[in-house]
Design a protein around this ligand. Structure first.
Ligand code: S3P
Length: 426
């Protein structure tokens, strides 16, 4: 797909449903008794992988344009699938469902696409095995495909070496089936959608600092959930509004859970003109609209406790930093190496191709901003967040930019290019 520099972006965009929360609504709704009705569900390929896995586990899920209905069968209502569960490109599906499958009285094999087959699964194999689970990486490389033979699980207290909501959620979900309470402590608090939503379904989950604890065998009851817009998807429009001159964008329906809002804090620290409007609670999560105007940005240091709250937005922050005066340092972000692509490599290589002054470090990158970007051929590595971040960067770069594998945005934001193009002023 080809992009050229634009002179102004104006208008409004409504952000589709949050990917993390959409996955959880399907999973927890499947484990609840009765029907769960979900509105503003994200119809991205990752969330459709979750639906397809739970259908194969015997759950009826109606997916219509207005809402999805999940006819849950309770904590012990899943049935043995007849073939391998395909988790597609989705790390969230793979890791969270593994926690659930570890406690079932049957065996499942999980596999996904080429990217999923390189993503680290030892981070869930270790705690699940401590709980008594029987989980094997079939190629012996600690990646998918995984075989999970259900077992009686034991409650544990797990000190996670990584701040990962996927690891935390996997262990808490296994804890639903354990013989005693299960606790997960993280080095830094990661997104807490599992804790919030499971509580809404009737589970007993307590959080204290960076530790979450779950009681086993709750009665989960179906409920209505309205999914807030995904701040990770909003990030592209926040950045676009700030870096393209003469721009004013109203970004509507943005979830601003404090475990996810690091992009707002960083964009404001960079000097971004962002106004929060219409704050309300939607689906148990704070949401708002954001009015974003072109701004003169300055470089910042991003590291430490804020990293888990913006981990998926770092490619966009790196592009934004090229349009800022001064140096931006991104550190403590080693996790970027194990996302849908190695995002330290894919960001740095592609930004260098556009003429950016950027260097990779072991845990992030250093960017000297203020040097104009020029068009280039960008390899998305089929990573949706790389494709979207560089589409935005291309609108501020001289000449022509080609994004290869641009279609991969269907993973989290199928309408992304239409929404972006609708803002371009001729
Ligand atoms: C997610 C958690 C994050 C994030 C991913 C979605 C989730 O991963 O990068 O896109 O829904 O729990 P980690 O928890 O592994 O950092």
């Amino acid at each position: 797909m080809i992009f050229h520099k634009v002179t102004s972006l104006k208008g409004e965009v409504t952000i589709p449903g949050d990917k993390s929360i959409s996955h959880r609504a399907v999973m927890f709704g499947s484990l609840a008794e009765g029907t769960t009705e979900v509105t503003n569900f994200l119809q991205g390929a990752d969330c459709l992988s979750t639906i397809s896995c739970f259908r194969k586990l015997g759950i009826e899920i109606e997916n219509t344009p207005d809402r999805i209905l999940i006819h849950g069968k309770g904590l012990h209502g899943l049935s043995e699938p007849t073939d391998t569960l395909d988790t597609g490109n989705s790390g969230t599906t793979t890791r969270l469902i593994s926690g659930i499958l570890a406690g079932q009285p049957f065996t499942t094999v999980l596999n996904g696409d080429a990217s999923i087959q390189t993503r680290p699964m030892k981070r869930i194999i270790t705690p699940l095995s401590m709980m008594g689970a029987d989980i094997t990486s079939l190629k012996g490389n600690d990646c998918a495909p995984l075989r999970i033979c259900g077992s009686q699980l034991h409650g544990i207290t797990y000190q996670s070496p990584v701040a990962s909501a996927q690891v935390k959620s996997c262990v808490l979900l296994a804890g639903l089936y354990a013989d005693a309470p299960t606790s997960v402590a993280e080095p830094i608090l990661s997104r807490n959608h599992t804790e919030l939503m499971l509580t809404g379904f009737g589970a007993k989950v307590t959080s204290s600092g960076t530790t979450a604890t779950i009681e086993p065998e709750p009665d989960l009851k179906g409920m209505k959930i309205e999914i807030p817009g995904d701040i990770s998807s909003a990030a592209y429009f926040i950045a676009a509004g700030l870096i393209i001159p003469n721009s004013e964008i109203l970004v509507k329906n943005v979830g601003i859970n404090p475990t996810r809002d690091g992009i707002l804090r960083v964009a404001k620290e960079m000097g971004g003109d962002i106004t929060i409007l219409n704050e309300k609670i939607s689906g148990g999560e704070p949401t708002c609209d954001l009015l974003v105007r072109s701004s003169s940005l300055k470089g910042v240091t991003v590291g430490g406790e804020i990293i888990p709250t913006l981990i998926d937005e770092i490619p966009m922050i790196a592009v934004m930093a090229c349009f800022a005066e001064g140096t931006t340092i991104i550190k403590d972000a080693q996790e970027l190496k194990v996302k849908e692509s190695n995002r330290i490599d894919t960001v740095v290589t592609n930004l260098k191709a556009m003429g950016a002054h950027i260097e990779a470090t072991d845990d992030g990158m250093i960017i000297e901003g203020g040097y104009p970007l020029h068009g280039a051929v960008i390899d998305s590595h089929l990573d949706h967040r790389i494709a979207m971040s560089f589409a935005v960067g291309a609108l501020g770069a001289d000449g022509e930019t080609t994004i290869e594998g641009a279609d991969c945005v269907k993973i989290s934001y199928p309408e992304f290019y239409e929404s972006l193009k609708s803002l371009i002023q001729q």
